[in-house]
Structures are given as structure tokens and as C-alpha cells.
Design a protein around this ligand. Structure first.
Ligand code: PLP
Length: 225
């Protein structure tokens, strides 16, 4: 399978999931997660039309951004767990931060940012002990208590459990959507919370059916079978 074939397959699955749920293709942003591949591989994806790239390590992220300096239409997403001391380095080129998983990280972004930073609050909706993020109650308490000028909560992000059980996956994504709507309704300044970042290689079709607006797909795009 070439990258071209991979992308066709993924786009096909997106189109079908979008159709099943009576949504539009343009409602769903495909973020190519390129944490396991090098710049040459990313250039292939770029040539196939991919513009949203997601990375999860601050150091590698900087190198890759640098390599694409001549392509200003690339949109960079940071999706990994982020150390507070790396915030300053990644802020200038991060358009979306999917992994706002603790108050201290938000405080640091608020302090370092000079303009608004679009963030997804990472929610551990399935309350797995191994996963980062706020639980539902903590997420609500957080958005109500905060008063940030730079940290903008554009939506919620979750990572579903690693399972093939479709019921469980539907349930997790429905849970994130319900929480997103609940927070959206609060109409808090700098917390529009319209977006849902959910769905990876194993579960992006289900995530789309449940309302994902950003899917983060790695292996299905970059694995060469
Ligand atoms: C690696 C990763 C992905 C992509 O996972 P795949 O299974 O390769 O599609 C998505 N989101 C996060 C946060 C990741 O770390």
C-alpha cells in the first residue's frame, strides 16, 4: 500500500461515515499524526494534499516545523502530553493544542502566550487510570473557574480505550459530545467549546458518527503494509 492508497482508503471511510451520519465532509478535519515518520514521509503526504499535521514530542516538532518553513499553508497540531517547560518553545507554531490536560499547563500557556491559543481540553471520559486529562466533573469546574485571556477552549479531546468493542466506543464518544454540549451551553468567555477531537485509526469512523470535528489518524495513513 502506498501513501496514496492509504489516503484513499481513509478518505473513503470518512466519506461513508459522514454520509451515514448526515454530516458534510467539510465538518471533519483530518489531522495526519506523523509522530512515527520522518520529514520525507510527511512531504509525500503534503503532496497528496494533507495540510494538518499532528506531533506529540516537542523537540521533534520544532525540527519538522523548520523543515516545512517554506510551506506556510501547513497547520500544526500538538497532540501529546506536554511538559510545562516546553510550552514556550512550541507556542509560536502550534495552531491547535489537543492535550490541555491539567491546570498548571493552562496557567503556563496563559503566561507565555501573546495571542489566543486554541486548546482542546483533554478529557479522560472512560476514567482509565492510565490516561491523562480531566474527568467530566473536573472539566466543568475548570472552565467555570478559569479566567484566561490567551487560553481559548475551543473544544474537548479524548482518547478512547483500546478496544474493538463498538458499543464501548460509541458510548465513550457520546459521553464526550454530551460534555462538550453542556460546556458550550454555559457560554463562558473564551470557552466556545464547539469542537470535538476524537477518533484515531481504530475508531475514527465511529467518532465521526458521534460528531467528531477533528480526527487524529496516524497508522492508517503512514503504515506501509
Ligand atoms: C498516536 C496518536 C494518535 C494516532 O493514533 P493511530 O492509532 O496511529 O491513528 C492520535 N492521537 C494521539 C493523542 C496519539 O498519541
Amino acid at each position: 500500500m502506498s501513501y496514496n492508497d492509504n489516503l484513499k482508503l481513509v478518505e473513503d471511510k470518512i466519506s461513508r461515515a459522514v454520509a451515514r451520519s448526515h454530516r458534510e465532509r467539510s465538518d471533519v478535519h483530518l489531522v495526519a499524526v506523523t509522530k512515527t515518520v520522518d520529514v520525507a514521509a510527511m512531504e509525500k503526504l503534503y503532496d497528496l494534499g494533507i495540510r494538518h499535521f499532528g506531533e506529540n514530542r516537542a523537540d521533534v516538532f520544532a525540527e519538522k516545523v523548520e523543515a516545512f518553513a517554506d510551506k506556510p499553508d501547513v497547520v500544526w497540531h500538538f497532540i501529546g502530553s506536554l511538559q510545562t517547560r516546553k510550552v514556550r518553545a512550541i507556542l509560536p507554531y502550534t495552531r491547535f493544542l489537543h492535550s490541555l490536560d491539567r491546570v498548571s499547563l493552562a496557567d503556563e500557556i496563559e503566561k507565555r502566550a501573546t495571542e489566543k491559543m486554541a486548546c482542546f481540553l483533554q478529557v479522560n471520559i472512560s476514567e482509565e487510570e492510565t490516561k491523562h486529562g480531566f474527568n467530566a466533573e473536573e472539566a466543568i469546574a475548570f472552565v467555570k473557574a478559569q479566567n484566561y485571556q490567551h487560553v481559548e477552549i475551543i473544544g474537548l479531546m479524548t482518547m478512547a480505550p483500546n478496544t474493538d468493542d463498538e458499543q464501548t466506543l460509541h458510548h465513550v464518544f457520546q459521553g464526550l459530545k454530551a460534555l462538550q454540549q453542556e460546556i458550550e451551553k454555559l457560554e463562558i468567555a473564551n470557552v466556545p467549546c464547539h469542537e470535538l477531537s476524537m477518533g484515531m485509526t481504530n475508531d475514527f469512523e465511529i467518532a465521526i458518527e458521534e460528531g467528531a470535528t477533528f480526527i487524529r489518524v496516524g497508522r492508517a495513513l503512514v503504515e506501509e503494509n
